[in-house]
Design a protein around this ligand. Sequence first.
Ligand code: GAL
Length: 899
Amino acid sequence: MTAAYEIVSPPTGAVPARARLATDAGVESLDGLWRFAWSPTADTGRQPGDPGVDWDEIPVPGHWQLYGYGAPAYTNVRFPFPIDPPRVPEANPTGEYRRIVRRPQDWDGGRVLLRFDGVDSWFEVWVNGVSVGTSSGSRLTVEFDVTGALTGGDDVLAVRVHQWSFGSYVEDQDQWWLSGIFRSVALLHRPEGGIDDVRVVAGYDHVEGTGTLTVEATSSRPVRWELSSPLNEVQPWSAESPRLYQLLVSTDAETVSLDVGFRTVGVEDGRLLLNGAPLVFRGVNRHDFDPECGRAVSREVMERDVALMKQHHINAVRTSHYPPDPYFLELCDRYGLYVIEECDLETHGFSLAGWRGNPSDDPAWAGVYLDRMRRMVERDKNAPSVVIWSLGNEAGWGRNLAANARWTAERDPDRPVHYEGDAECESVDVYSRMYVDYDELAAIGRGEEPPLADPDRDRRRRGLPMIMCEYGHAMGNGPGGLADYEAVIDAHPRLAGGFVWEWIDHGLGPERRYGGDFGETVHDGSFVIDGLVRPDRTPSPGLAEFAAVIAPVRLRLDGGELVVENRWSFTSTGKVVFAWSTETDGMVVDEGVLDVPTVAPLSWRRVPLPLAAGAGLTVTATVEGNALSCAQRPAPASPVAPGPLTPARPATLGPFPIAALTLDAWRAPTDNDHASLEERWRTAGLHQLVERTVEERPDGEWWRRRVHYGSPGLDSGFEVEYRWAAAGDALRLEVDIDRRGEWRLPLPRLGVALALRTPEPGSVWLEWLGLGPGESYPDSRAAVRHGRYGMTVREAQTPYVVPQENGNRSAVSRLTLSNPEGDLTIEGDQPFELAVRPWSTAQLEKARHAHELTEGDLLWVHLAAGVTGLGSASCGPAVRPSAEYRAARARLGFTITSV
Ligand code: GAL
């Protein structure tokens, strides 16, 4: 038996796709509580004419799984059902939605349309029991003409939504499977003689300095239009200056208004350009996501995303992997974000079956493919922010995608077409890759990528600009290595930047659940927790790092000069404030504002620094209160000179009894470690070192303890000598660590862990002099600066959704720990790496969700000579050799005082 939702077909009964227009014609929102009944199979036993008066209620927009019907499930590539297109399992959860609608009395004549902006995944609509149409394309708008179906009185609107359909085979994006009417629904009045569609092409001729405009309107009556400025006076639109002009298009029956931005996107000499200047994406991939509401995102959530992106210097968004809620594009137009808008098409799961039966190359699916592309392009064709159309994501390659590219190029010759899966760039205008490593990126930048078999194709691809549609996988702690990517992008004009994967962690509910947490048997665990912001949109250290790396203004201290680099394409540094301060011991002693002559877009300048050397120097660049960049020269360290030494064997340090002092060569593996170094670390037994004291005795000035640390089953290990001495009121601790045996591997860290007993270790106040305030690692330290910082130990933890190594502070020269009983200060002979935690590494490693971590009565102080960086191996390159810690021996020396 074939069900309607298993018939591969574009929507039935729908009107042609058209632009989203602000209008003075009637619009009535149907959002709110609807009647709802859920059934685990498609056969619900409910009649479309049944108004459902005594059913449950559910909010529209919303996903039924988040209101107690069925359950969310997360898979990345795998389909959670057998690959048997276009068939779906009998267990096909289905939601019946009902509400009463009434055609407003003042909607005279004309037509009435019923608009759905997002329904997952297939649905049929009835009015008073009479079918109006069917649709799929979960993240695409569809409109039905319901003029004849509405009576003018109370009419029963019925929508039956099936979770699975033929459409599910082309919606295999890496995200939660969530169903229902999850975007707005509205009734629209289309007055007789109104304007059904408008297409605006607004370019900018940067040579003449003038706007160009074409307006095409669809109406049965004469149309006039009016722009809020003469064309020769308009300023161009860009993400840096998103200037918009109001265009009113009217007939005597309707006026629609559009916010027009004048900009020209193009590819010239192998470079991507906007208004004649290089267009370099410093972007992110963004899914519609909210931890409570899934893909039903509120306007506030979208506004928050855009504000956070702008604050963090992000200039571009790829709407992975489907058209976003239309309001999101309005925000991108208004606040300035370049958008690669992606079609709702992904068939990744077919890759696990050798791409057999991939709809992308099956003529039976051609109509469905074209319909999806058309619905995206027609809806959003007037958005100035949309600079590139993307055919979809990870859908293999085939004739249907090639046809979509052709149709798009014809319909909208003014925007380049993107699709990463078109590896030979047969049909696209930009060469796109994901997770390419540094060397290959540089080779592509130089135009030296390995040739394609077909010389013509090779020549064409080599002439195209290249973008990384995904890079910098932000899963867990990371990504490390962003600065290295930026350096490669900077060095090669062919490289038009990229989009970090991804914006937000998709953790659901207050527990931040991920794959498997809803009892799914087929799932991909925490691979969906890979964002630059946490589910509640708290920025992660990765976002701070990204912001620092892509800063539009960069500062560097070079001898007695400041180098100011302006990386904006259109904006001078006229509004940037350059401030300086000098510091001693992390405290500002003097400060002022630097007089820096204006630096033009895409250029740089050297400015003499009228400041004396000696103290630490900090220069910052700020625009309208938003920090852009910082350059520092820390003060030379003033080494502590301890007094005469006598052997000591302390049992307490200030107010803290010592519970343990041990070698520390392990960390709770990060998601990136899981995919790279962790296995080697475990094979070497770094997580289970066995301790044997070789000797312990007073010896001259010191109390010496020599310890051997070895791994079960191996003859490799560490020889460590701890030396304690009293030096007046202070204590000295010195540690020599020597690697023995065959080990050549980089170590997660190398140093000591000191366990101190204290009630409520999370409330201990931690103060340090070093890099901060955020965490840092060797390949992620663009965002931190040298200073004196203070916070509780609890605040010094980064609560990654999946607990893992975090909270490292680098280049620390001194720390103070305070509990109500007193203070303890530890000062290093050399700068060291520091992590202070209210739990042990073993506890951190064991917990699978942040809320599983509980404090005991031990404070763990990790003092290391070095740590290994982060990389982004969870999907991308591992830690680069320059960020690996490989030293064969380490010496740490500390002077410890207490009050
Ligand atoms: C890409 C894919 C994304 C996401 C990412 C890994 O291949 O396009 O949707 O799955 O990998 O997180």
